[in-house]
Design a protein around this ligand. Sequence first.
Ligand code: FAD
Length: 630
Amino acid sequence: MTDKIASELGDRPARQAPGSPLSSAAHPLPGSVRPGAIPVSGAASYPLSFDVSAPTAGTAEYLQDPSIRLLVDFFRNKGLAALKEEDRQEHWYQDWIDYQSRHGIYARLLSPKQYSSLGYRFDLTKLTRFLEVFAYFSPAHAYSLHVSFLGLCPILMSSNEALKEEAVAKLEAGGLFAFAVSERAHGSDLFANEFTVTRAGPAGWRAEGAKYYIGNANAACMISILAKQGDSESAGTTKRSPFVFFVLRPRETPAFQNVRKIRTLGIRPAFVGEFEVNDHTFRQSDILSQGRAAWDAVAGTVNLGKFFLGFGAVGICEHAFAEAFAHMRRRLLYGKPVTEMSHLRAATAIAFARLTAMKLYAYRALDYVQASSADERRYLLFNAVQKAKVSTEGVKVMGLLSECIGARGFEAVTYFESALRDAQLIPGLEGSTHINFGLTAQFIDTYFAISDRDGPPPAEVLHQEDADENPYSMAARDRNARTVRFTPCLRAYEPLQTLANVRAFMTQVEAFQLFVAGGVSTLNPDGDAGLLIAIGKCFSIIAYAQLIAENCLAVKVAPATVSVMFHALLEDLGTEALKLSAMFPVGSAERARLWDLVRVPETAAADLDFVSEFIAARYGDVGSARKGLS
Ligand SMILES: Cc1cc2nc3c(=O)[nH]c(=O)nc-3n(C[C@H](O)[C@H](O)[C@H](O)COP(=O)(O)OP(=O)(O)OC[C@H]3O[C@@H](n4cnc5c(N)ncnc54)[C@H](O)[C@@H]3O)c2cc1C
């Protein structure tokens, strides 16, 4: 193993028994670290393997968390064969629900300290790492936690103290939650929703309607339901009728009816369902929020939910990568491991670099969520980018790995086979990628507004477990893109500009900045959604790259790995710029400006070799991998 690779891996050996203590040699990251906090090491910032016979450096650090240890124990004991059988049979995982309830796992992760009777607290680093490892083992099981968060969030965002106390008590007793916003006929168009609540007497309400695509609908103890307030005479609603968020306890009302599982391509053992509520009367005390506050609760919940999904995409790809690589290094063709074929070696290195970039982005974006406040709202852009980019990068990584692994990846006994299905679900959840690419475009003018050295510094490098709760993340109301302040973005790349691919990317950013200099509304005077999304696709690659660059510095990623990551970013931005240019008339100034974004990467063969060696060292012994022996 070369010294450079060893330093990237951390000073611990690549093969390390799970549960062993964090090496004191794991380098802490620069920046401010809260007293008493546990800094996250560089080794844990790369893709991980939880394979008991070949864990990666950094895996032991994750296993220090008791919740993650419990999770890993459950899935290792259950075994992949049993999980795949449940997937085939679409069997609900009651054993897991009982296990998490017995150990208070969801309660540890989701209870805010103000309401917890067991001394838990809402720790975003613990939750996001848990979500990553959960998806590593089973995205279907992870969905029950994800949806419980979504169901709880509107309750915690409300001013209804009694419901908050009841919800956290139920969570601590092992209960699941659900978030019922979607309806069969209306998809993303929530203003068209028809589920109706009407006043029924001075202190009561009546609910009537149906919801569709609702996770945990079979098992939730409380469901947060978004309704429109109807007129008590006609019970009718219009697009302008105010929203009402209320809580329903399915086990306590006969009005909760016709629950049916909707069979889905991925996460098959999970329960995504539809249900009806017929003539349910309830008291004012079950109302969470109304009007603007109800809408803010939807937006705030989705804003965090879509951010969390990115960690699921990372976990899925980490497991798929580890499994694919283990197969490939044992697969001998023409007398050599297939990893020796130059095109597969390169594709594996690019897949690994893309996956590493996903993870570096997601955890750097977490810093911005942790740091968020009324004056620090950059997380609004970075959450949208996380949703749109990290989820779609996951699909790309799966595509690249699928090319490499070949037929084995389609065998039903592998994790890989279901990962191919599960990874594709993520881009569509919590607001589609279209919606989020469109959303990112709203930040373009302010992102490039600061041309001098003004503006806030990058978020302090938190990168730590044990970070305190940030009450702002549950209270955030201000989503105005035009008042968010950014740092001049090229600053993030300056320390890396000795690398040709980073320099080339910086020229792409400058070219894009020129392209949008007159303002997005000038480029898109008719507010065409397709054009806005295409502009957002280019811009989101730039915001994505900024946080990757920031985290590359924090984690001290080796230059060769950075170069391969920027190889992919250069290609992506050039490709999206060409697609965008085709939307403007032939001969137009816009087309000409966009051509300046097309750059050919200058990746040295040695860079790809370095990444390949790094992978081999991280996932097993270099020498034995070469001989296909291990
Ligand atoms: C497995 C799974 C689990 C789910 N769990 C839940 C849950 O627990 N609770 C819940 O409430 N919902 C849940 N949903 C619903 C999910 O959030 C929906 O996908 C969502 O309601 C959007 O509906 P739709 O996918 O039918 O797309 P549609 O809204 O019908 O969109 C169709 C197309 O139009 C595009 N589009 C729509 N609006 C815009 C826009 N403004 N700008 C640009 N393009 C746009 C979309 O990108 C898409 O390509 C779940 C869905 C699935 C598949």
